[in-house]
Design a protein around this ligand. Structure first.
Ligand code: HEC
Ligand code: HEC
Length: 372
């Protein structure tokens, strides 16, 4: 029995580790969806690049750069679980994201969102960018360069600011001078041109359907994994709750103080708090610690309910501080991105949901680490 089990393991392992497991990638993507959207579509603004459809070589490279510290993104590293993942898991999630061909659907087509002149931009692009990012803007594997077509222009603009300021390395060359002589307007022109390049990918009438890989296959008996220390855990049972444990040394009071300060910094209002366990103790009931903090940005709330009043039921956004049976403290929140899992909503709603998720995560990370 044991021998045949070992044999089976021996025979299946090499294959299992060769091919990417897309269903597992879909599961891991829940951790990314909080900031990048459930379809990896990203959001307008500087802080949510599109990942869907990016080539695997570039996704793997940029993830490796964040893990090694070559690129810096502390909130993502604390919440995505990337630093704790095996190479196989990273391959799974990159293969999954890469397989999402949303650019074929007109509704995901990137539009020029900043003032720029695509005609001026085309000339500059063809002179200076084409060699590495390709004539069609799709990037080149042998140059390790990403597509610029189909990426959110504000994010690209921000990246170029980072290249100029030497905060991020362009073209794998610490001495790179590509952008020194460009004015902001010229950069905007080039990005306006880049935003036209994904138009060729659109297939008229195509409607993107997210794959339902997890649903399609019977659940595998997954051995319970310990929560990565300091990382975020998306609860597998419901897949709607994101939770983080308080870092050793961070007290309840530190956590609350850090969360409230972070909320002020992000312009999120604390609209309520409920010290549930304290109330119970006052009545003489013994109970684990539980306190609930409620945050709201009225303008975001408005955007959501104008689209669909049902979103009101998710408001205000809550973070709970709760003690488990081992006496450990956890911060928990609902993953708003699950709201947009089932259907395609207008861009403004998706953008808002992603932004709110990110801000709530920032608050949670501040609380869990005691830093703000
Ligand atoms: C807390 C929000 C957050 C979470 C969660 C998150 N990311 Fe990110 N991610 C960002 C931000 C912000 C950037 C842009 C940072 C920059 O400019 O370098 C980014 C950038 C990236 C990039 C680089 C894109 C490019 O064009 O260079 C990749 C790849 C990436 N994330 C993958 C992931 C994956 C995979 C996950 C889930 C396992 C994930 N991220 C989870 C916020 C997040
Ligand atoms: C010598 C090759 C080369 C040339 C020429 C080049 N790039 Fe790049 N570019 C790269 C590589 C490689 C990367 C990926 C950097 C990384 O891994 O962080 C990159 C990344 C970028 C990014 C960030 C994309 C993202 O998803 O984060 C932008 C924006 C960009 N390039 C714009 C341009 C523009 C505009 C030009 C022309 C003015 C240009 N590049 C010319 C090689 C090049």
């Amino acid at each position: 029995m044991i021998r045949s089990l070992l044999l089976t393991l021996f025979l299946t392992l090499p294959y299992a580790s060769m091919a990417a497991d897309l269903a597992n990638g879909e599961r891991i993507n829940k951790n990314c969806a909080l900031c990048h959207g459930i379809f990896g579509q990203g959001a307008t603004g500087r802080l949510s690049p599109r990942l869907a459809g990016l080539p695997e070589y570039y996704l793997r490279k940029s993830i490796a750069d964040y893990i090694s510290g070559k690129r810096s993104n502390p909130t993502m590293m604390k919440t995505s679980g990337l630093a704790q993942m095996s190479q196989q898991e990273i391959d799974d999630v990159t293969a999954y994201l890469s397989s999402l061909k949303i650019a074929r659907d007109q509704r995901f087509n990137i539009l020029q969102s900043a003032p720029g002149n695509p005609e001026n931009g085309e000339e500059l692009y063809m002179d200076d960018c084409k060699t590495c990012h390709a004539k069609d803007g799709m990037g080149k594997e042998k140059k390790d360069s990403p597509p610029l077509a189909g990426q959110h222009p504000e994010y690209l603009f921000q990246s170029i600011q980072m290249f100029k300021g030497k905060v991020r390395e362009h073209a794998d060359d610490p001495e790179d001078e590509t952008f020194t002589d460009y004015s902001d307007q010229e950069v905007l022109d080039m990005l306006a041109f880049a935003a036209t390049l994904d138009d060729t990918l659109v297939v008229p009438g195509e409607r993107f359907m997210p794959p339902r890989l997890m649903a399609a296959r019977p659940p595998l008996p997954v051995p319970p994994r310990p929560a990565p220390s300091g990382g975020l855990r998306i609860t597998d049972i419901t897949q709607t709750v994101a939770q983080m444990e308080l870092k050793p040394g961070v007290t309840r009071e530190d956590a609350v103080q850090a969360m409230l300060s972070k909320a002020v910094e992000l312009n999120l209002k604390l609209v309520g708090s409920q010290e549930v366990s304290r109330e119970l103790e006052a009545r003489g009931v013994e109970t684990p610690f539980l306190a609930i903090y409620q945050f709201c940005n009225p303008m975001d709330a408005r955007t959501m309910i104008i689209n669909n009043p049902i979103f009101a039921s998710y408001m205000p956004c809550r973070i709970s501080l709760v003690e488990d049976a081992q006496g450990k403290y956890w911060l928990m929140m609902l993953n708003l991105d699950m709201l947009i899992n089932s259907q395609l909503l207008p861009q403004a709603v998706v953008d808002t949901a992603i932004k709110v998720n990110r801000q709530m995560l920032d608050i949670m990370v501040a609380g869990a680490t005691g830093e703000f």
